[in-house]
Design a protein around this ligand. Structure first.
Ligand SMILES: NC(=O)c1ccc[n+]([C@@H]2O[C@H](COP(=O)([O-])OP(=O)(O)OC[C@H]3O[C@@H](n4cnc5c(N)ncnc54)[C@H](O)[C@@H]3O)[C@@H](O)[C@H]2O)c1
Length: 427
């Protein structure tokens, strides 16, 4: 494990609600002006050792996490607002929680974005790069190199917290082999190569871990897995697991553990932020819907429990409702059955603040990806499944959705990186 010497460039794609909440909170925290609620890497204590040697330690006392003071922030966005204006625009945090770090936020001016309106039809901005897909990759690589040089950073992590792109299907002729992916970028295949793939390719080429916070296909293709392995770079994703899916991955293990059956799960959401506008388009919603669907069926494995889980009606809806802004509300109606098949219903009404839940995930994912890089890990980082709605996984393995199993995987990875023994049982 290499020590976290020097500075770490944290480069975010998108300077919207999640990114500005993440950066503002981090800047406030390192000034001692707030608490990092929801950040496992900053707050959790993990058991290491067993028997008499058992101890509970903070993660940074087990492994060399990059210090908060060493983080240097940059972002790309299609709008020209600096991070201070963008934070006010996002309207997640109160002005009194932004103003103490106003100067630092104003200094974060968005880099021009690699953007294609066909992938996010509801947004229009002028702060964009021109060029073919391959030229965009080269410009993004130069952005990463220049920012690192300008700020004297040793390492960088790139995190996608930009809009969800429209759904594109996996295309074996383009997405399977790295040579085909590169050829498609050079041939400017703008249907199969999304802007997010340009960012991911650029990051990996520059040796920077890449984290996918949206459900975009992007790095979830064999060509990118191979590229990450070839470059010795960790990748993680996809889609931050914040509100409704977090609840699903807690409640489903409860049903399975108690052998309670499930006949239907209806989930609906209202939200009124920019993310909501983008997801109001059916093509973009399709990307999100697929990501939100997989958790319940995966946990309630009908192959093992056909009597309880082979006939589930699962529906997910997202509705754009401007008055609500970032303060999303979700409802879940869960129809279950128990003794002698008698039906019962669980109702969950979660009034959450979307970006308040997502910001600590962004911090943890950035710091853990940097840690993984220094530990010599590369390719898909399954131990970061804890943070994802649709965890990436190797072809030969099934994804792990259950929050408690995911946490066990995360803790084991920390133990191993810290030179301790992993616990054996996940199930
Ligand atoms: N907030 C949550 O709880 C949560 C949970 C899971 C996933 N997500 C995902 O995280 C992403 C960010 O969410 P948000 O609420 O901050 O959205 P947002 O709309 O506030 O911010 C996204 C920003 O990305 C910019 N953008 C779009 N395409 C870009 C590109 N190609 N390059 C650079 N910038 C680009 C937009 O201009 C916008 O400012 C979304 O994809 C969302 O679905 C959010």
């Amino acid at each position: 494990m290499k020590e976290a010497t020097g500075k770490l460039a944290v480069m975010s794609v998108g300077l919207g609600a999640v990114t500005t909440t993440f950066i503002t909170g981090t800047l406030m925290y390192r000034k001692g002006l707030t608490v990092p609620g929801g950040s496992v890497i900053e707050m959790a204590k993990i058991r290491v050792g067993s028997g008499e040697a058992k101890q509970y330690k903070k993660i940074k006392d087990i492994v060399p996490v990059a210090p908060m003071q060493s983080l240097e922030f940059a972002a790309w966005d299609i709008f020209e607002e600096d991070a201070y204006q963008a934070a006010l625009h996002a309207d997640v945090l109160k002005q009194r929680d932004i103003d103490p770090v106003r100067e630092e936020l104003e200094a974060i001016k968005p880099l021009t974005a690699a953007f294609d309106k066909n992938f996010v039809t509801r947004l229009q901005g002028d702060n964009v790069k021109q060029g073919t897909r391959w030229e965009l990759v080269e410009q993004l690589r130069a952005d990463i190199r220049n920012f690192k040089a300008e700020r004297g950073c040793d390492r960088a992590v790139v995190i996608w917290a930009a809009s969800t792109e429209k759904y594109i299907p996996y295309n074996e002729a383009v997405h399977k082999n790295l040579a085909d992916l590169e050829a498609a970028m050079k041939a400017n295949d703008y249907e199969n190569i999304s802007p997010s793939m340009c960012y991911a390719y650029a990051a990996i080429a520059e040796g920077a871990p890449f984290v996918m916070g949206a459900p975009n296909l992007c790095i979830d293709i064999p060509a990118m897995w191979d590229f990450a392995k070839q470059q010795n770079v960790p990748i993680a994703g996809k889609d931050f697991k914040t509100g409704q899916t977090l609840m699903k991955t807690v409640l489903s293990p409860m049903l399975r553990t108690r052998c309670l059956g499930l006949s239907g799960w209806f989930s609906t959401n209202i939200l009124g932020n920019r993310d909501g506008v983008v997801l109001d388009n059916p093509d973009n919603f399709e990307t999100k819907r697929r990501s939100k669907m997989s958790a319940v069926e995966n946990i309630l494995d009908s192959d093992i429990y056909p009597d309880l889980y082979s006939d589930i009606y699962h529906k997910v809806r997202i509705n754009y409702y401007p008055p609500r802004g970032d303060e999303k509300e979700s409802w879940d109606n869960i129809d279950i059955f128990g003794w002698m098949g008698y039906p019962m219903t669980i109702k969950v009404n979660f009034l959450c603040r979307d970006s308040i839940l997502a910001a600590p995930l962004a911090l943890d994912l950035v710091l853990f990806s940097d840690l993984a890089l220094r530990a010599g890990y590369y390719g898909i980082q399954e131990f970061l499944s804890f943070y994802s709605k649709a965890p990436m996984h190797k072809d030969c393995e099934a994804p792990v959705h259950d929050l408690f199993k995911q946490f066990a995987m995360l803790k084991n990875a920390i133990r191993v990186m810290g030179g301790y023994e992993a616990d054996q049982e996940l199930d």
